[in-house]
Design a protein around this ligand. Structure first.
Ligand code: IPE
Ligand code: IPE
Ligand code: MG
Length: 247
């Protein structure tokens, strides 16, 4: 974050109906780069600017939680050079942005299995979490090596272990106990999910948590997703009637 200017809440948004948790599947970086005649990695660099800009909006507009899908468990299947670039990009961005995010009250958390990411990135992730743990202006969750099926399996293993040890009665397992074993245990479920670049799928993101989330799918590529379009997405969300299965 380079500036501390406050982004004013756009007049079309109702401050009493703001989502408390927005999640984003940041897709289309590669296609953006291709459109510009640039290598794919340039798309990832540009995409990072969108993240910064939206994080500031969340903080300034009273959206308490912002969660972004940065790297999936399936993304290891990409060419090694791109995977390597992404890991370095995450580490570099955390390093260069940490003090500013700290100063602005951002609390940084991570979702996903960190044991498989490079050690130097793991250290940077620990440092970011540790330094910002008492911040409360906005919670910024970054999903790195995240896959929802993996997360759910981990939760099952941990619950089964407790049952085997006799510390948990299997008959008492309910949704709230299960949710406590997920990476998102301290977060409310997302109110709004944004997916850019037009793909109409979840790609193994937050399968449990998105059960009643409102979806916003746009053809815009992630590096082009502007504050104005974010505003529009929230304005659409504010018009939705969330029934949660009731009448
Ligand atoms: C999303 O953009 C970023 C990551 C998955 C890391 P992509 O890299 O998937 O971009 P496209 O889908 O190829 O355009
Ligand atoms: C989803 O994008 C993962 C992230 C944004 C990190 P992908 O580009 O990997 O998803 P698919 O392959 O189109 O489903
Ligand atoms: Mg993609």
């Amino acid at each position: 974050m380079s500036t501390q200017l406050i982004t004013k809440l756009p007049a079309i948004l109702d401050p009493t109906k703001m989502p408390q948790h927005v999640a984003a599947i940041m897709d289309g970086n590669g296609r953006w780069a291709k459109q510009q005649g640039l290598p794919r990695i340039a798309g990832h660099q540009q995409g990072a600017k969108t993240v910064k800009s939206l994080l500031r909006c969340c903080k300034d507009w009273g959206i308490a939680n912002f969660t972004v899908y940065a790297f999936s468990t399936e993304n290891w299947g990409r060419p090694a050079a791109e995977v390597d670039f992404l890991m370095r990009l995450f580490e570099g961005l955390l390093d260069s942005e940490l003090s500013q995010m700290y100063a602005e009250g951002v609390r940084i958390r991570f979702l996903g299995d960190r044991s498989q990411v490079p050690i130097s990135l793991q250290k940077m992730m620990d440092r970011s979490t540790e330094k910002t743990r008492d911040n409360r202006a906005v919670t910024f969750n970054i999903a790195i090596n995240y896959g929802s099926r993996h997360e759910i399996l981990q939760a099952c293993k941990s619950i089964a272990t407790q049952a085997q040890l006799g510390t948990l009665d299997p008959h008492q397992i309910d949704e709230s106990i299960f949710a406590r074993h997920l990476d998102t245990h301290e977060l409310p479920d997302p109110d709004l999910l944004i997916r850019t670049s037009g793909e109409q799928r979840l790609s193994n993101f937050l399968l449990w948590q998105l059960a009643y989330t409102e979806l916003h799918i746009t053809n815009t590529l992630w590096p082009d997703f502007s504050n104005d379009e974010f505003t529009q997405a929230i304005a659409d969300y504010q018009q939705r009637h969330r029934r949660f299965g009731k009448v």
